[in-house]
Design a protein around this ligand. Structure first.
Ligand SMILES: Cc1cc2nc3c(=O)[nH]c(=O)nc-3n(C[C@H](O)[C@H](O)[C@H](O)COP(=O)(O)O)c2cc1C
Length: 191
């Protein structure tokens, strides 16, 4: 049976840890990942974590350069179970919403929408302008799932990892990938 394969796009919003955790979780779950990181995402890794972009890239199954439009990911013939843009900057949200595919991440997201494959967008910005909200509405209307980097607290997280895992777990839920990243509401008492 073919392995589950997802595209992970990291863009240059704060919260790059969400994308890094998704790559790690996918690897732990045996899910293959095709990674695209924008130039700003690589800078964000240096700014927000103690990792290098190369170390993050090493957790993916395959890595694609964001300026490489000859990549298989630029074509609708590339088969995958979904694409996740995590975190999604407002620039990247705007680019996808306009079909302005001037890097490989934007092109792959554009392709996911035209091919009706799952596209999960995890925006990170606050507060949101009307332009941001309109762009996200456009994406939702085009079939994307808008999944804000907005963790719940009902599973009583005790650290940042617990918060991050909740958001990443919700992403995996959308893609129907089983995981144990967070305890679901009433999972244990069966109510
Ligand atoms: C430290 C830092 C934090 C940023 N955080 C955000 C953010 O949370 N959300 C956002 O939309 N843009 C944020 N930006 C701005 C984006 O990095 C910028 O718009 C960039 O052009 C995004 O490019 P990309 O989407 O191609 O990665 C941040 C920039 C810096 C330097």
């Amino acid at each position: 049976m073919a392995k589950t394969r997802i595209i992970v796009g990291l863009s240059g919003a704060s919260g790059i840890i969400y994308g890094i955790r998704l790559l790690e979780a996918a690897r732990e779950l045996g899910v293959e990942t095709d990674l695209i990181m924008t130039e700003t995402a690589a800078e964000m890794i240096e700014i927000e974590t103690s990792l290098s972009p190369e170390q993050v890239a090493a957790t993916a199954t395959r890595v694609h350069q964001s300026n490489d439009f000859t990549s298989s990911l630029a074509s609708g013939s590339f088969s995958h179970q979904g694409m996740v843009v995590i975190p999604a900057s407002m620039k990247t949200v705007a680019g996808i919403a306009c079909g302005f595919a001037d890097n490989l991440l934007l092109r792959a997201a554009d392709v996911a929408l035209k091919e009706h494959r799952p596209l999960v967008v995890v925006p990170r910005e606050t507060p949101l302008s009307m332009i941001h909200l309109r762009n996200m509405l456009t994406l939702a209307q085009a079939g994307a799932v808008i999944l804000p980097a907005s963790p719940g607290f009902y599973h009583q997280p005790v650290d940042i990892q617990g918060l991050v895992d909740h958001v990443v777990g919700k992403v995996l839920d959308v893609l129907s990938i089983e995981h144990h990243l967070y305890r679901k509401w009433r999972e244990e008492d069966g109510k």
